[in-house]
Ligand binder design. Structure first.
Ligand SMILES: Cc1cc2nc3c(=O)[nH]c(=O)nc-3n(C[C@H](O)[C@H](O)[C@H](O)COP(=O)(O)O)c2cc1C
Length: 169
């Protein structure tokens, strides 16, 4: 799929078939995440692949907007490593860019995905850290549920000319 077509047609998919994701496709998603821009090329990220159904099914207990994980075969937790973060505190932007790259790569490959916010909701942050036994230096930022879509929302055009300014406000 061409890049602009992927950007213009991507939607959040929350309705998944239970079929597993091939390892090659998973590798492409992780590679897309790590290909994202980051401040000073700091790449402060780690990615935790979650495909154990017991773990996926435990997440909605502390993340009420993540019920689609009862069906999704896989999720990728995008994390920032405090030891790799720059003093400019750009880790949230860096991890967000990686998250968006994963969403677009999933869509381009015919997979469905949805961004599930983790940071800064403390219940979600502590919930993920406890569930996955994460070291204290690792901050969970966002979780991407991935699977083959059982249904896909129609593309929407969100362009608003009144939100565009040129040279001055
Ligand atoms: C920071 C962030 C957090 C989000 N958290 C959730 C979430 O917890 N659960 C969910 O179902 N969707 C979540 N979304 C997805 C948005 O609801 C979705 O992107 C938005 O409604 C636009 O729809 P679209 O992705 O289909 O274009 C999140 C998106 C972002 C960027």
């Amino acid at each position: 799929m061409e890049a602009l077509e992927a950007i213009f047609t991507r939607r959040s998919v929350r309705d998944f078939k239970t079929d597993p994701i091939p390892e090659d496709d998973l590798h492409d998603l992780l590679r897309a995440g790590m290909q994202a821009p980051s401040a000073r090329n700091g790449q402060p990220w780690h990615f935790i692949v979650i495909d154990d159904p017991d773990l996926l099914h435990a997440i909605p207990d502390f993340h009420r907007a993540a019920k689609m994980l009862m069906e999704a075969p896989l999720a990728i937790l995008v994390c920032s490593d405090r030891k790799l973060e720059s003093k400019r505190a750009s880790w949230l932007q860096d991890c967000s860019a990686a998250t968006q790259n994963i969403l677009l790569a999933a869509h381009a490959k015919g997979l469905g995905a949805v961004w599930l916010g983790i940071f800064p909701d403390s219940e979600r942050v502590f919930g993920m850290q406890a569930l996955l036994e994460m070291p204290k230096d690792i901050r969970p930022v966002s979780l991407v549920a991935v699977g083959y879509p059982a249904s896909t929302p129609e593309p929407v055009d969100r362009f608003k000319v009144e939100r565009v300014h040129r040279n001055q406000w």
